[in-house]
Design a protein. Structure first.
Length: 378
């Protein structure tokens, strides 16, 4: 699998095993605790009456929530078509959890390890139907999660990226009883990006028509966030989306973020650590205006109090500090002369393998994974 972010490489050496930090096991969920937040791998059993036979599919998901033994309202977050893992969604999930929302990041049918398959992504009068299908994933996620003992069922928000972002818009048309707001990151469909046609979708008029149709019925407050250098549709078309939606009566705050600083296409703004200071103020302004600022200021994240391997030099100690602050699943490897780490892997085993491979590729000395998800490697 190619989902892990590969980081950090440096030279020094030595071995050290950290004190054990706690791991929570909840039912069939695996959970890593390191920062005042819990990250739990789980599945959502979602039913799709639009499909013949009304199948129920197990969808890959990660729950991020405060480790405070309190009930919190739900934020349901679904992926966009570019994603193949819920890990890129964890930055948003973490920021929502810091603000008092238990967040579940869910992969749509056929993406990641989720079962099933969505209808074919085609152009020509299909965008509204595709958005409504994505909306069903959000509805089912909200339905399933409302029974969890750590959820306050009185309120929920729907969140999505790209295709999932349009799904969030569609969810506001006939909202679940608990839905109080929705957030769309780069809501779009039909992008020609992969074929080299930047700032273009295959049937822009149909997509604009879909946004207008949703706006005519949607009254749930929304936040839409796009980036100026999002080339999956381009800023001009994004402006047409909001004009169509709001012009038909929809209620959305529209934010156009500046171009991403690292030159990466702005479609993935929400998944870039360097862009957190850009879009989180939009989130806070929206929550304040809608009286949804449940925790203000947001929960402070503290990294696990684990000493670095004893013989790391200053560069290695800085690398280990960055590792501790990173999102799971993650692993740190060392040799006598080298260190490396990875984060945001789909599983702890994948993180071990990638950290080991990164270290072994840089040195002839034997490498060893010494820490995984803030606990000593077993």
């Amino acid at each position: 699998m190619q989902n892990a972010l590969i980081h950090g490489a440096g030279h020094d050496g030595g071995w050290w095993l950290a004190a054990l930090t706690k791991i929570w096991l909840i039912g069939l969920m695996s959970s890593a605790h390191a920062t005042g937040l819990l990250y739990e791998d789980t599945q959502i059993k979602a039913t799709y009456p639009q499909i013949a036979g009304s199948p129920t599919w197990a969808l890959e998901a990660v729950v991020v929530r405060a480790d405070d033994k309190q009930r919190h309202p739900l934020a349901a977050f679904i992926d966009g078509t570019p994603e193949f893992s819920p890990r890129p969604m964890l930055y948003v999930a973490r920021e929502l959890a810091r603000r008092g929302w238990t967040t579940v990041a869910v992969m749509r049918p056929g993406y990641g390890t989720s079962q099933g398959k969505e209808p074919a992504d085609t152009c020509g009068g299909t965008f509204a139907a595709q958005a409504n299908f994505a909306s069903q994933t959000l509805r089912e996620t909200i339905r399933v999660m409302m029974s969890m003992p750590y959820i306050d069922p009185s309120r929920s928000i729907a969140v999505g990226h790209s295709t999932g972002g349009i799904g969030a818009v569609a969810t506001t048309v006939n909202p679940p009883a608990s839905l109080v707001a929705a957030i769309s990151f780069a809501g779009n469909n039909g992008s020609q990006y992969r074929s080299g046609k930047l700032d273009d979708v295959c049937d822009a008029p149909d997509l604009i028509k879909a946004f207008a149709a949703f706006g005519a019925k949607s009254r749930i407050p929304m936040l839409w966030i796009y980036a100026q250098n999002d080339h999956h549709m381009g800023p001009a078309l994004a402006q047409q989306y909001i004009q169509a939606f709001s012009g038909a009566g929809g209620n959305a705050d529209f934010e156009m973020a500046p171009p991403t600083a690292n030159g990466t296409d702005g479609h993935m703004l929400y998944a870039m650590a360097d862009e957190l200071p850009v879009w989180t103020p939009y989130l806070d302004k929206f929550f304040a205006a809608q009286k949804l600022a449940l925790v203000s200021p947001p929960l402070t994240i503290t990294v696990a109090n684990i000493a670095p391997p004893a013989t790391l030099d200053a560069s290695g100690r800085a690398g280990f500090a960055s590792y501790l602050a990173a999102l799971p699943h993650k692993a740190f490897a060392t040799s006598r002369s080298h260190w490396s780490w990875v984060s945001q892997s789909d599983t702890a085993d994948e993180a071990r393998q990638k950290a080991m491979a990164k270290c072994a590729a840089a040195t002839a000395d034997p490498c060893k994974v010494v820490n995984v998800d803030d606990q000593p490697n077993q």
